[in-house]
Ligand binder design. Structure first.
Ligand SMILES: Nc1nc2c(c(=O)[nH]1)N[C@H]1C(S)=C(S)[C@@H](COP(=O)(O)OP(=O)(O)OC[C@H]3O[C@@H](n4cnc5c(=O)[nH]c(N)nc54)[C@H](O)[C@@H]3O)O[C@H]1N2
Ligand SMILES: Nc1nc2c(c(=O)[nH]1)N[C@H]1C(S)=C(S)[C@@H](COP(=O)(O)OP(=O)(O)OC[C@H]3O[C@@H](n4cnc5c(=O)[nH]c(N)nc54)[C@H](O)[C@@H]3O)O[C@H]1N2
Ligand code: SF4
Ligand SMILES: [Mo]
Length: 731
């Protein structure tokens, strides 16, 4: 076993570095606004509430407009994720609206990487002809649509693909939270819970970093918990930037979290610290699980995780004593959203651990969100498309995956097999972010039709036959977004400034016009305003009021803590034993699953994660954010000092990283903040599209090293099942 113990001094040194880096996450807006708007002081400032599009959190913003130009944005005080604050990405991403690298008109591919402008009408006509021909020749099951589901997309995109008779609607969760979603779904009947962090006394984060993958209100809640004396444990092979709010860091061997959770569950039961009354009333299958857990002792887990058995016992006992105000936070992507062969089972074990603590729907515990009661269009006047005859591709292969997400990579897999013929990508850079880019390129090249709806020339757009330019989020209104949470609410993204590029269009218009060209316009016989009016009807709130306020919460609909809802599992209870798993040919009780690959003493596991100033691949071309990367050398990979020394590598050296898939050259950051077995690659770099002039050529994309491989439970990408070797090369 490698020595993973860190000295107390190492932890303190790392925490100081954390504080320095976290402060980078709060870049001032003035610099940006001075650079972009030279407006006079006396001009009237319009303040228009809307929502951020810097990441999936979609925080409420206030757009401040001077002379018709966006001057600055601030956080919406009422929005539950913003609470008046935005992260650096939120501020920086707003510059997208004036980016010189935006897509400004529809394009048609005329050769590899070569495009010519085409009129909207001609583009619709050609796309519609191809789609209809493909449907005629190969059936509607051979077309697909994939996106990052934002408010309008969530409504319009599935409706569009269903209107053409296909069920093949996919989201990006296949490389995000598919495993956690499946594990939770089959245990507690919801793909996630939310954590009542502010009131919790003992919080464990397993590969979830509030300090890097920021949501402003989460950071605030964690700081409050710390002020209230909560114990905050980070389980991460890397001391991430939540470090300065944490009380303890467990530098776990990557991929071994399931062993830790199983052993902690073992201790809870052994010490009689599980919540017997809760379990009796609200769960099924406890006896079977308890029997299996007998063999997963802390000593067994120490071998796998590198965390001492007495530490595992101490923490489980302390959490048991602090219950129900103790929890493992539900996580997102880092450890078990996807990444490992055992990720779905880790998700399941985490949901079960929280149930053993009886913390579900308790103050300071794991909470099932309430959702607002929003209306629908009148179906007599605006008929919905018929249910597609064939199920979504991938459902058969991955029966445990959450069906609404689907398994987006099946599109590439079936393209390679010649079964899938068309793919539409909206708000998605699948070619760089969903799987190995070489494989994605080969797959997309096999399709008869690829259409991208985007705001910039992404790697996916580059592989498309047609590119349709969306307006940026600063220039559009969308469908109303329902906000789930302890207190439900709603938020409106609305147009803040006039369109900068006249030939760009929002997706509600694009889908409507494309549907008309395809001969299915009857399913889009309404305007966005009519849709929003219909959604608002049950709330009694006028569209005008929502436009003025931007975010409206419904405190009278807040959920009552202490009352367990009926769960949406087959038994209506927490399932320690799952018939669904059994029927699908999987183990009905969680057992240890080995990661697929393991490094030896000459190699490393490649892991990745977020940085506070970037989102996925979409911010690499934002100059103010990329400047921070350059100023702080943030594109470097992380390596532990002991391993670096053995390889003759020093801070800042250039190295070569080699996996079964690729070789990359990059400089290193040598730091005690990373487990000796792992190399950490920040996830936002490696842009290969030359039209993104700012982002192009900086760092490397970790996906280049990831084999095109998927975990069999939820179909999620095995993103961290990658072994690499590192050697020093001349810079
Ligand atoms: N800044 C920023 N914030 C974001 C986003 C973004 O792109 N940028 N995107 C949003 C989205 S869509 C998502 S999914 C979330 C992601 O939110 P998180 O899941 O919190 O973010 P990550 O940085 O991907 O992963 C968190 C940590 O997992 C650790 N990790 C890696 N491997 C392992 C392992 O085997 N075990 C354990 N225990 N830990 C491991 C990494 O070192 C990292 O510090 O962020 C959201 N917020
Ligand atoms: N390389 C890499 N791969 C990743 C990740 C990563 O950080 N790096 N993160 C993983 C995770 S956690 C997730 S959730 C997924 C995210 O995967 P994606 O959802 O694909 O996210 P991005 O890679 O940021 O790509 C978003 C695309 O949407 C475009 N876009 C931005 N704004 C708009 C808009 O207003 N309208 C339209 N139509 N398009 C717009 C961007 O230009 C970009 O091409 O990727 C996963 N894979
Ligand atoms: S967390 Fe940051 S980038 Fe994401 S929506 Fe909120 S402000 Fe925007
Ligand atoms: Mo994600």
């Amino acid at each position: 076993m490698l020595d993973t113990k860190l000295s107390r001094r190492g932890f303190i040194k790392a925490s100081t570095a954390t504080a320095a880096l976290a402060s980078v996450g709060t870049v001032g807006f003035n610099q940006w606004s001075n650079e972009y708007v030279k407006a006079s002081e006396n001009v009237e400032v319009l303040e228009i509430p809307s929502t951020c599009n810097g990441c999936s959190s979609k925080c409420g913003i206030i757009g401040h407009v001077k002379n018709g130009r966006l001057w600055k944005i601030t956080g919406h005080p009422d929005h539950p994720y913003a609470k008046g604050k935005l992260c650096a990405r939120g501020h920086g991403y707003a510059t997208l609206v004036y980016s010189p690298d935006r897509l400004t008109e529809p394009l048609k591919r005329v050769g590899e990487g070569k495009f010519e402008p085409i009129s909207w009408d001609q583009a619709y006509k050609e796309i519609a002809e191809k789609l209809n021909q493909i449907i005629k020749d190969h059936g509607p099951e051979s077309i697909s649509l994939t996106e990052d589901p934002r408010a309008s997309g969530k409504y319009y995109s599935p409706r569009f693909i269903n209107a053409l008779g296909s069920a093949n609607y996919y989201t990006h969760h296949v490389v995000c939270s598919n495993a956690r979603d499946a594990g939770f779904l089959h245990t507690v009947g919801a793909t996630s819970t939310s954590a009542d962090i502010g009131s919790a006394k003992y919080i464990m984060f397993i590969g979830r970093s509030y300090g890097d993958a920021i949501r402003p209100s989460s950071v605030k809640a964690l700081a409050e918990a710390k002020d209230n004396g909560a114990k905050i444990v980070i389980v991460d092979p890397r001391l991430n930037n939540t470090g300065n709010l944490a009380t303890e860091w467990l530098a776990i061997r990557p991929g071994m979290d399931l062993a830790l959770v199983l052993a902690m569950s073992h201790v809870l039961i052994r010490e009689n610290l599980h919540d017997k009354a809760f379990i009796e009333k609200n769960t099924v299958g406890f006896e079977e699980y308890a029997k299996v857990l007998k063999k997963y002792t802390p000593e067994w887990a120490e071998e796998l995780t590198g965390i001492p058995a007495d530490t595992i016992s101490r923490i489980a006992i302390d959490m048991g004593k602090a219950k129900p105000k103790a929890l493992i936070e539900q996580s997102w992507r880092g450890a078990f959203g996807c990444n490992y062969e055992n990720s779905t089972e880790t998700g399941r074990a985490v949901a079960m651990f929280n149930a053993l603590l009886g913390n579900l729907q308790q103050k300071g515990g794991s909470v099932f969100s309430g959702k607002p009661n929003l209306g629908k269009l009148d179906s007599a006047k605006h008929p919905s498309p018929k249910e597609p005859e064939l199920p979504k591709a991938g459902v058969k292969e991955f029966p445990l995956a959450y069906e609404s997400n689907g398994v987006a990579t099946i599109v590439a897999k079936e393209a390679l097999e010649g079964k899938m013929k068309a793919a539409i990508y909206n708000h998605s850079n699948a070619a760089l972010g969903y799987g190995n880019p070489k494989v994605m390129k080969e797959a997309l090249s096999k399709l008869d039709l690829v259409v991208s709806i985007d705001v910039q020339m992404s790697e996916t757009a580059l592989l498309s036959h047609y590119i349709l330019p969306d307006v940026s989020y600063i220039e559009r209104t969308e469908a109303i977004e329902g906000l789930k949470g302890k207190t439900p609410g709603m938020a409106l993204r609305q147009q803040i400034v006039d369109k900068v590029h006249p030939q760009t269009k929002p997706i509600d218009v694009i889908y409507k016009e494309l549907a008309e060209a395809c001969g299915v316009g009857q399913y889009f016989n309404f305007t966005l305003d009519e849709l929003n009016e219909a959604m608002l009807k049950p709330t009694g709130i006028s569209y005008q009021e929502l436009k003025e306020k931007g975010t409206i919460m419904f405190p009278d609909q807040a959920i009552t803590l202490g009352e367990m809802p009926k769960l949406k599992t087959p038994s209506g209870k927490v399932e320690f034993y799952s018939e669904t798993y059994k029927n699908a040919g999987f183990n009905p009780v969680v057992e240890w699953v080995e990661p697929k690959v393991n490094p030896d003493k000459n190699s490393f596991r490649l892991i990745t994660g977020k940085q506070a100033i970037h989102s996925h691949t979409q911010t690499a071309n934002i100059s103010i954010l990329m400047q921070i990367t350059k100023d702080y050398d943030l594109e470097r990979i992380w390596i532990n000092p002991a391993r670096a020394k053995a390889l003759g590598i020093k801070e800042g050296d250039m190295v070569e990283v080699t996996s079964s898939e690729a070789t990359s050259k990059i400089r290193v950051k040598v730091t005690e903040r990373i487990h000796p077995e792992a190399i950490f690659v920040p996830s936002h770099y490696g842009i290969t599209s030359k039209d993104q002039k700012i982002g192009y050529g900086i760092g490397f994309g970790y996906m280049e090293h990831v084999p095109f491989d998927f975990e069999k439970w939820s179909g999620s990408g095995n993103i961290h099942e990658v072994i690499v070797k590192v050697r020093k090369v001349e810079g």
